[in-house]
Structure formats: C-alpha cells, structure tokens
Design a protein around this ligand. Structure first.
Ligand SMILES: Nc1ncnc2c1ncn2[C@@H]1O[C@H](COP(=O)(O)OP(=O)(O)OP(=O)(O)O)[C@@H](O)[C@H]1O
Ligand SMILES: [Mg+2]
Length: 403
C-alpha cells in the first residue's frame, strides 16, 4: 500500500498472470497429493503385510506421485558391489528380480548409496558426474532421481524414479521421495528384526526340546538304577517303596518325553499324557485293568500337567493296592473331562471301599500327603464317594493357574 494524492491509501493489485497462478496451483496440488501418498504408505507399512507387497505399493505410488513412468527399489549386494532390482513399475517382466546395476560412485544409484545424499539428474545424456547405467539407456531414460533406503547399520539400497519425458525433477520432489524411502527403510528394518526374533525363538524351542530330551533320558537312567536295586533287594517292603518311587519318576519323565515330541513346549495335551501315564502304571500293577476315558485337546501348562499325572499315579496305585485286597477282577476307571474353564479328573474302583475312619485331610500315608500337596498346587478341590461297592476320588481344578 502507498498514499494517494487524495490522502487515501491506494491498493496495489499484485501483477500475477493467470498462467503463473495455474502453475502454482498445480504445484500445490502435487505436494498435497504427495503428502496423501506418504500417509497412505505409512498406513500400509503399519498394517504389517509382506515386505514384497509393500515394495510393490511403494514403487506404484511413488511413480504416481511425481509423476514418473518408472520407479524401482534397488537392493544393495555388498559382496558384488551392485544392486538388484527388487521391485519396480514400468519395466518389462525380465527386469524385476533380475536386472543388476553397478553400485560404484560413477552410477547415480551408487552415488546416492555411498554418499547418503539424494541425486537428481535431469539430463542423463549430458551428465558429467555419472555414466548412464545400461538399464536406463535401454529404456531411453532421460532423467532420474535417487535416494538412499536406510537400514540399521548397512543401508538396504536405493529408491529411484526414472522418466523418458522432457521436464525436471526438482529439489522439492526430494522430501517426497526420501519420505517414501524412509517408510520403506523402517519397514525393512522391522522385517529384519522380526526375522531375527523368529530365528532366536526357533533356536530357543530347539534348545528347550533338547533339554527335555536330556531330562527324560536322565530320569530313565534314575528309574533303571532304582529298578536294579529293587531286583537286588528281592520282594520286600523296601522294594515296594522303591518301585513306587520309580513309577512317580516315570510320570515326570513321560511329561518331558511328550514335550520334546510336540511343537508346543510349554503345554501338554492332558488327555494323551494321562493315557500314557496310566499305560505305564498298568504295566507295573499286575492283574489290574485300567480303563481310561480322557477327553482330547485339553491343553494345560506343563507345570500343572505333572502334578495332575502324579496324583493319578497315586490314586491308581492305591486302588490297585488297597481296593481289591483279597478279591480278583481288579478294574480301575480313570476319567478326564473339561467343562467350561474347569477340568474334572476321577479315579474309581469297585473294591471294598475306604476304611471307616479314613480322613482325607489327616491320612498320614505318603500317597495321600502327595495327593493333598498336588491338590493345593493345582488350586483343586478333592472329594471322595466311597461305599462297600467301591471308591471314587474326584478332583476338580481350573484349567489355568488362578494366581
Ligand atoms: N481306593 C482305595 N480303596 C480302599 N482304600 C484305600 C483306597 N485308597 C486309599 N485307601 C486307604 O487309604 C490309605 C492311605 O493311602 P496312602 O496312599 O496315603 O498310603 P498307602 O497307600 O498305604 O502307602 P503309600 O502310598 O505311602 O505307599 C491306605 O492305606 C488305604 O487304607
Ligand atoms: Mg498309596
């Protein structure tokens, strides 16, 4: 504004032609579109799809945002000092995954990679700084723009746009191209970390399995040694107790055996495990038939499966030892079922029933003391139904530990 002759301020109209305004408008529209593309790419990267899909989306959207007929991601191969075209748009099918470009300082992509600086070359044919890579010459590319795709430590490679048409890539296009490359760099880094993490996890699982295998083998040695002593001692109360101890150790060994045979090293299929433990007890209690009805696919944590199996072991041994004292036809029924979040396990017989003065809470035998300890460990309740027609112990506990 300036003063007029009549003293009133005079408004000076800006002298801007319609053409200039049009160009400004187009440039603004382009920057807005580029911002939209960057935010779209960010969302795609966060969605965590495959890296290949993200690379494809990146080259497509970057080419659209500049615009340029060609775009590619070049992955650096340090051992050969060259790049391989990892993803691209505009190229014939024999380029992506196949074509290679030198990574020396005399190539635009190599320069961007080694200096970390963006490179714009709007006249490749007159370029003094670089030679024109063979791939670009083959496609009559006139201009190119390259930015580095960072990784953690070593860079991943370069993001490049190429065009056959006259015109200029400008400094103002660089934030867009570098922004897309940075999103890519972060996603690549995340994928690398995920891969390392998965490999570490896999190794951890292998080691855990190996450890379970060794524990099982060591326990088998302990069982063999105890059984040798049983043999040496001959029939006696001590031998019986040693045999009972061997059976308890066998139940623990079975859990470790199952753990190295399955993929999930922290859980066991309770039904399958109990069936196996019952099979082992069956072998050691002569003249007794054990019927197992165990629901499948009840996965429980190993540290809950072992006390459960040891409890079953004690209850079966008791039924075989006490219920049919002077009778023949020893039969024992073991059941395992899940109802909502609870598991019910029962061991029943058709024997003589519990002694009249039997008190679960006070019984001094080692078997009942163990059963009480495991009941507590599992957060279980235990009840007994006993008559002259037999005994049933019923244990109910939550699927998962409550504290
Ligand atoms: N199924 C059953 N039928 C009849 N009596 C049983 C049954 N289960 C347990 N008992 C009685 O309960 C008692 C206590 O059992 P517990 O397992 O604690 O000791 P035990 O079997 O005698 O010895 P241990 O288990 O220490 O070798 C047994 O001695 C027995 O009298
Ligand atoms: Mg007992």
């Amino acid at each position: 504004m300036s003063g007029s002759q009549d003293g009133r301020p005079q408004v000076v109209e800006p002298v801007v032609g319609g053409e200039v305004l049009d160009r400004l408008g187009q440039s603004l529209d382009r920057r807005i579109q580029q911002q939209e593309i960057l935010s779209q790419l960010g969302v795609i990267a966060l969605q965590g799809g495959t890296l290949d899909a993200l690379l494809k989306d990146t080259v497509r959207l970057v080419a659209e945002g500049l615009p340029a007929e060609f775009c590619k991601v070049l992955e650096f191969e340090p051992e050969n000092n060259c790049f391989t075209v990892r993803a691209g748009v505009g190229w014939e099918p024999d380029v992506v995954g196949v074509a290679q470009v030198g990574a020396d300082l005399a190539s635009p992509a190599g320069f961007a990679l080694k200096t970390g600086k963006p490179v714009i070359s709007n006249h490749l044919e007159n370029e003094q700084r670089f030679r024109t890579p063979e791939l670009l010459a083959r496609y009559d590319v006139l201009r190119a723009m390259n930015v580095i795709v960072q990784g953690h430590g070593t860079p991943f490679g370069v993001l490049e746009v190429d065009s056959q048409s006259e015109g200029d890539f400008t400094e103002k296009d660089i934030p867009f191209l570098q922004g897309a490359a940075n999103i890519l760099g972060m996603a690549i880094e995340q994928e690398r970390n995920q891969r390392l993490l998965n490999a570490a996890l896999e190794r951890h699982q292998v080691l855990l399995k190996e450890m379970n295998h060794r524990i099982k083998n060591s326990l088998s040695i302990v069982i063999s040694m105890i059984r040798l002593q049983v043999k040496d001692a001959g029939p006696s109360p001590v031998s019986e107790q040693l045999e009972a101890a061997a059976l308890r150790i066998h139940a623990v060994a079975r859990a470790h055996e199952r753990l190295y045979q399955t993929d999930d090293v922290e859980h066991l299929d309770a039904g399958r495990y109990i069936e196996q433990v019952c099979g082992d007890v069956d072998e050691s209690v002569a003249n007794c038939a054990i019927h197992v009805d165990a629901e499948r696919d009840i996965l429980i944590a190993t540290d809950r499966a072992i006390p459960l199996a040891l409890m079953v072991n004690e209850l079966i041994t008791n039924a075989a030892k006490h219920a049919y004292a002077s009778q023949t036809g020893c039969e024992i029924w073991v059941r395992l079922a899940r109802d909502a979040g609870k598991i019910t396990m029962s061991v029943g017989d058709r024997g003589i029933g519990l002694p009249p003065n039997f008190d679960m809470a006070k019984s001094k035998g080692l078997g009942m003391r163990l059963v009480r300890a495991f009941t507590k460990q599992l957060g279980a309740t235990i009840s007994t139904n006993s008559s002259a027609r037999g005994t049933e112990f019923v244990v109910v506990f939550p699927l998962a530990a409550t504290s």
